[in-house]
Design a protein around this ligand. Structure first.
Ligand code: HEC
Length: 182
């Protein structure tokens, strides 16, 4: 006991205990205008909601809904699909469009310098954009698994969707570990 106390006090004196990893914050700062921050954080809260809805749909065994949530709320260009839905296009129409474009969406390069100044993506470093892409890619995989799961999906299909969801959450975690906006 005495020995541990000695080691601890020596560590405290040398400042080690004051800089334990739990309290340090070495995340890289991504700077963006205040109004874009508000938009970005709101989009982030939308992602948690999407995961929550996806788990609920999965628990109900509603794979069709799982695939729609993946594409409309977590997939590539999800903001664009939301706008189409809000403008009155049916879910079926929008989903058919995404399925047609799926490969292109996963491979096309985005020119971020052409993005609007309101777009958080414009301010992201390359590595953060890559993590965002990985997240969209996992969502796209989930959508395909769910669409091809058949009438009565077995345990293997549930496991495949869950693996895809973990692919998504690992992107969330990787980005949150590396970056902050304020
Ligand atoms: C490209 C990087 C990136 C990805 C991918 C990402 N986030 Fe974030 N998220 C951030 C950053 C940066 C912040 C701001 C953190 C800070 O400044 O402390 C944030 C903040 C948040 C917040 C806080 C919102 C608020 O109102 O304060 C939530 C919730 C969140 N993210 C959820 C998620 C979820 C869920 C996922 C995955 C589905 C995800 N994020 C994926 C970068 C990312």
């Amino acid at each position: 006991m005495k020995k541990i106390a000695t080691i601890l006090s020596a560590a405290a004196m040398s400042g080690m205990l004051l800089s334990t990893p739990a309290f340090s914050d070495d995340r890289e700062l991504i700077e963006m205008p205040a109004d874009v921050q508000v938009k970005f954080l709101s989009q982030m809260r939308g992602l948690v909601e999407a995961l929550d809805e996806m788990l609920a749909a999965l628990e109900e065994g509603n794979f069709d809904h799982v695939s729609r949530i993946a594409d409309f709320q977590l997939g590539f260009k999800h903001g664009k699909w939301q706008k189409m839905l809000a403008s009155g296009m049916s879910e079926d129409e929008v989903h058919a469009k995404i399925n047609e474009m799926r490969e292109k969406l996963a491979t096309e390069k985005t020119d971020y310098s052409k993005k609007s100044k309101q777009s958080p993506g414009r301010y992201m470093p390359q590595n953060a954009r890559t993590l965002g892409r990985e997240m969209h890619l996992s969502a796209s995989k989930i959508s395909l698994i769910a669409q091809n799961a058949g009438e009565t999906p077995g345990l293997d299909k549930y496991k495949e969707v869950l693996a895809g969801m973990q692919g998504i959450t690992s992107s969330c975690v990787a980005c949150h570990t590396s970056y902050k906006i304020r």
